[in-house]
Design a protein. Structure first.
Length: 221
């Protein structure tokens, strides 16, 4: 994390951060589609914006991050998640330790996303949800390499398919995008819901990798 944890987390309280984070949180929960009390890993949990959303939805949350300062900040603000320091490429958990896992833009800063995804698939019994920065988007054209996006990788659904080639069993993929207009202004908010589902060009790409079996119910509440 390039910024101090408090400074990073404060962005979610800004009008732009609250709206963008809310759209991402909603899509994450819809794709996760697990029943309450499921065990969920939040990979790259950082200061806990998405860990908190998962806990609010009734999940038993474990947050993992390499940054101890971010974990300490999260522990002070929210006692609900179990917190573990570690790295995506070598998760310190047993096979099938969780019902599901999420990685919300954390793989965008991972040097070997395919290896990290193999680890997520190994520890997840039912579903993995990835939140990625989408290369086919206006957000990429306006923000890539700037500000908080410096050093981030921008991916496509084709990249995710390539990462899944060695996964067993082969997952079923479900993908959606959000955040068509990155300024989060009145026009962006007005067009988001009628157009985002029909135009896969949003700056946030969410992909669910699902094992065979019945899905639970997701919620944007």
């Amino acid at each position: 994390m390039s910024r101090a944890p408090a400074e990073y987390h404060a962005w979610y309280a800004t009008p732009r951060g609250a709206w963008m984070g809310g759209q991402e949180r909603c899509l994450m929960l819809e794709l996760l589609a697990l029943p309450p009390d499921s065990r969920v890993l939040d990979l790259g949990c950082g200061t806990g914006f998405f860990s908190g959303a998962l806990a609010d939805a009734g999940f038993a949350v474990t947050g993992l991050d390499p940054d101890q300062a971010a974990l300490d900040f999260l522990a002070r603000r929210d006692p609900r998640p179990r917190l573990v320091q570690g790295r995506a490429e070598t998760l310190p958990f047993a096979d099938g330790a969780f019902d599901g896992a999420v990685a919300m833009t954390s793989l965008c800063f991972c040097a070997d996303p395919a290896r990290a995804l193999r680890e997520l698939w190994r520890v997840s019994r039912r579903v993995v949800v990835l939140g990625l920065l989408h290369r086919h988007s206006l957000l990429h054209w306006t923000k890539a390499g700037r500000g908080g996006y410096q050093g981030a990788r921008w991916d496509t659904l084709s990249d995710v398919r390539a990462w899944t080639r060695d996964l067993t069993p082969v997952p079923a993929l479900q993908a959606h995008t959000a955040l068509l207009l990155p300024d989060a202004g009145p026009l962006a908010r007005w067009i988001e819901h009628p157009l985002a589902a029909r135009l896969p060009l949003g700056g946030f790409l969410a992909v669910a990798l699902r094992r065979a079996g019945p899905a639970g119910r997701g919620s944007c509440a």
